[in-house]
Design a protein around this ligand. Structure first.
Ligand code: AMP
Length: 249
């Protein structure tokens, strides 16, 4: 069973993001970039399936600039077998990525595609769903548990006030939630091994995909500044302030 894992290069989650002065976007110059955290979980899950001899091959794919190779090397160091870079310097919106992935699904014929539930830069939460629709595949989003047996994927997902378990006929699309697993620490020997694993590069046009953006960002702004808090000496003063100043009591 082949597993395809799309991994996105995003600003590292520890970085304090700065909005550009002209409000056209966020500043990514000289900023640490890493694999989207939900995608690390997706690679980990795929590699665990391989270690359990359920999957035979794990293919990582990233769409974007040349530097996405670094993200792919991380996926290879976690344990993916090979990687595909779909290289483009253009802005790639979720629909464009979903179309690219659909073309790769047609080419590679994976039984399972595991994506992150959302990329922490655009917070779109769209690509997996769009891919499932374009490829005509069943989907289970926000997976907190995944088991594969008898040509089916069993997926547990958290819903309001409980958990839901879905059964999907393979091939299928699954997106990961935070609770699915805890990705392993990437060791130096595995980083070295990853350098020798195959990484191929294609362009969106080679896959027959038009990546023209369909959405226009009008403005990006910083969140409103929070005013400083006040220390109160005791509960009595707090209650008093809640009554007279905040007027919430
Ligand atoms: P989004 O819909 O942008 O929130 O992204 C959801 C998921 O789609 C991510 O967690 C990735 O698994 C995948 N994805 C989105 N953009 C890319 C990209 N440029 N390259 C590879 N995978 C991507």
């Amino acid at each position: 069973m082949k597993v395809l894992v799309p991994v996105k290069r995003v600003i590292d989650y520890n970085v304090n993001v700065r909005v550009k002065s002209d409000n056209t976007g966020v500043d990514i110059a000289n900023v640490k970039m890493s694999m989207n955290p939900f995608d690390e979980i997706a690679v980990e899950e795929a590699v665990r399936l391989k270690e359990a001899r359920v999957a035979t091959e794990v293919i990582a794919v990233s769409c974007g600039v040349t530097q996405c190779q670094e993200t792919l090397r991380t996926a290879l160091a976690i344990g993916a077998d090979r990687a595909i870079l779909v290289e483009s310097a253009d802005e790639l919106q979720p629909l464009a990525v979903a179309k690219i992935l659909k073309a790769l699904v047609d080419q590679e014929k994976p039984e399972l595609v595991i994506l992150g539930k959302q990329a922490i830069d655009d917070d779109s939460n769209q690509t997996g769903q769009m891919l499932a629709a374009l490829a005509g595949l069943p989907q289970a989003t926000f997976a907190s548990k995944l088991t594969i047996a008898d040509g089916k994927a069993m997926v547990s997902r958290e819903v309001d006030g409980g958990a839901e378990t879905l059964s999907l006929k393979l091939p299928a699309v699954v997106t990961t939630d935070l609770r699915l697993n805890e990705p392993r620490y990437v060791t130096l020997p595995n980083i070295m091994k990853a350098k020798k694993k195959p990484l191929s590069t294609v362009k969106p046009a080679d896959l027959g995909v038009d990546v023209t953006p369909r959405l226009k960002t009008l403005k990006v702004t910083e969140p409103a500044k929070r005013s400083a808090g006040v220390m109160v000496p005791d509960v009595k003063t707090l209650v008093e302030k809640l009554k007279t100043e905040a007027k919430v009591l």
